[in-house]
Design a binder for this molecule. Structure first.
Ligand SMILES: [Zn+2]
Length: 303
């Protein structure tokens, strides 16, 4: 769809990323911390901030459509953010409020799901697989499933970080044993610090130590890999996943993550085929590319 100006927002737990898309190219990419407001006004305050960003990025033009992604539990059919803990949002009708404010149609989706959709349709792709899982491993862990070319779109789906694994600890979500408590980037750093009493610069610091041959770093890393393999085993058994797209901060480890993960899956999966593991390609812009997808869908729906 050429010559159309789209305004894109990828709202995360702490930052808003915004951009303008012209002829499919992202320009004026901007990142701002979310203004903290709690209580009933959290949704309106966020929409105020998005309107200010819109005025900065497109001062003299109304976009053809807007794409808006929200974190948390998102219900696309009722166009609401049901719950987003970090933003204080409960049952917030963000796209409709924004639409009223900007006078342009607003397409709406979930941040992780649409980033995965962009990776699936414009990034590393399905590679011919019928069942694909896109896993994002960063501060937390989330996953998006694609079966026969269609993304599974159910509010709350994809909470892979909160399924139990052996060795899992107490989780911020209130449960015990969650994958995130062992295999998130934060958990890897924490496990290393607890084992050694030494401060480390996040999972990247553990990876550096691992590459130097530090046995404690190897133990923390391998515990994360084993927990991930345990959770992925379920996805293979349940959905026949034959390709896993790995994104998020931890995917920066590249083969240092994929090779041991592949080996751990090979040890676990007796007769089921070991899925192909590939790294995500779009990086930090995947969310904005996903916002562009929902903006274009909204334009299409208005026809
Ligand atoms: Zn949990």
């Amino acid at each position: 769809m050429p010559d159309q100006t789209l305004l894109l927002f990828d709202v995360g737990g702490t930052d808003v990323k915004a951009a303008v898309s012209i002829n499919g190219e992202l320009t004026r990419i901007t990142r701002r911390p979310v203004r903290a407001v709690t209580g009933d006004q959290a949704g309106r305050a966020l929409v105020d901030q998005l309107s200010d960003l819109a005025a900065d990025l497109l001062p003299s033009e109304t976009p053809a459509a807007v794409g808006l992604l929200s974190p948390g539990v998102v219900d696309v059919s009722s166009r609401r953010t049901v719950f987003a803990a970090n933003l204080g949002l409960r049952n917030a009708a963000l796209p409709d409020l924004l639409q009223e404010r900007l006078g342009a149609p607003v397409g709406f989706g979930h941040d992780v799901a649409l980033a995965a959709q962009a990776e699936y349709s414009e990034g590393v792709g399905a590679g011919g697989a019928d069942s694909v899982l896109a896993v994002v491993i960063g501060t937390g862990i989330a996953a998006t499933s694609f079966v026969n070319g269609t993304r599974l779109e159910v509010p709350g789906a994809g909470e892979l970080g909160h399924v139990p694994v052996p060795g899992g600890g107490t989780c911020a979500c209130g449960a015990t044993g969650c994958l995130e408590t062992v295999a998130s980037a934060a958990a890897i750093a924490r496990a290393y610090e607890e084992a050694t009493g030494r401060r480390v610069n996040g999972a990247a610091g553990v990876l550096e130590a691992l590459r130097r041959g530090d046995p404690d770093a190897r133990a923390a890393w391998q515990a994360a890999v084993d927990a991930l393999a345990f959770a992925l085993h379920w996805s293979v058994g349940l959905l026949g996943v034959s390709r896993v797209i790995v994104g998020g901060g931890l995917s920066g480890a590249g083969d240092d993550l994929l090779n041991p993960l592949r080996a751990a899956l090979e040890r676990r999966l007796s007769f089921m085929p070991v899925p192909e593991l590939v790294l995500a390609r779009l990086g930090g812009d995947a969310g904005l590319r996903g916002a562009r997808i929902v903006a274009l869908q909204e334009l299409e729906a208005q026809k």
